[in-house]
Write a protein that binds this ligand. Sequence first.
Ligand SMILES: NC(=O)c1ccc[n+]([C@@H]2O[C@H](COP(=O)([O-])OP(=O)(O)OC[C@H]3O[C@@H](n4cnc5c(N)ncnc54)[C@H](OP(=O)(O)O)[C@@H]3O)[C@@H](O)[C@H]2O)c1
Length: 243
Amino acid sequence: MIEKNGKVVLITGANKGLGKEIARQLGGLGYTVVLTARDEEAGQVVVDALCAEGHDAHAVRLEVTNPEHIANVATYLEEKFGKLDVLINNAGISLEWDGQPSDVDKLRRTLEVNTIAPFAITERLIPLLAKSEDARVINHSSGLGSLTTAENAWDQVSDFMAPGYSSSKAALNMITIIHHKRLAPQGIIVGAAHPGWVKTDLGTSAAPTEVADGAKTVVSMVTVARDAFPAAQMTHMGKRLPW
Ligand SMILES: NC(=O)c1ccc[n+]([C@@H]2O[C@H](COP(=O)([O-])OP(=O)(O)OC[C@H]3O[C@@H](n4cnc5c(N)ncnc54)[C@H](OP(=O)(O)O)[C@@H]3O)[C@@H](O)[C@H]2O)c1
């Protein structure tokens, strides 16, 4: 039996990939994990597996671009837990690594999921986060959103820097700073994580990092002492990355 620590974590897009693994690792540490998935059944399959291992896990349906779903998640958390300690904005997409040129539709769809949705979800959950004594928001960003890397190391990243994906994460980084500055006075601290290049559906099988290691950056941002949290920064395995 895993001893619960009383902290509630919401992880978006946790039916597979990094979100699912972050849920598994945090559940093992005693956190109550609320997984969201746009496919309700897929979320429940993960929850059933985690509960069978002794975790305190729950699933809620969330298509991150749907305002009604976001409102339902807030109501669910309010009624079931009365607070939220950690929000992990993890759900993300990349539509541009198919060898085809990007286009306006891909750019718009990517920004909707990777940038606008995390902003909307965080805004909606502020009242519940404000009820926590140690509220944290972690945005799953990417080194591919680094302006400095685009400027200084273009040759190394040019195959992966895409207009939609990279600009969606660069914008998410700016939202991370702005949310931290605005929300810290209410006790809500905000940071951005880069997981590495990780073997998931998004990262592909060519990635060098196993998902268990890729989850560690976010997990450490949840568990680290509050005064050591990398607020208003993008970090990877405890190291600050350039914006
Ligand atoms: N893997 C890497 O190398 C890497 C590197 C840097 C950053 N990241 C970031 O890490 C995060 C997780 O990525 P991953 O590698 O774990 O990718 P993944 O395995 O493809 O998982 C992505 C998750 O996001 C969900 N999602 C996508 N669009 C959604 C929507 N509109 N509404 C609700 N959920 C949605 C997916 O749900 P469905 O199953 O329903 O599609 C899935 O659960 C992303 O933000 C990604 O940008 C990953």
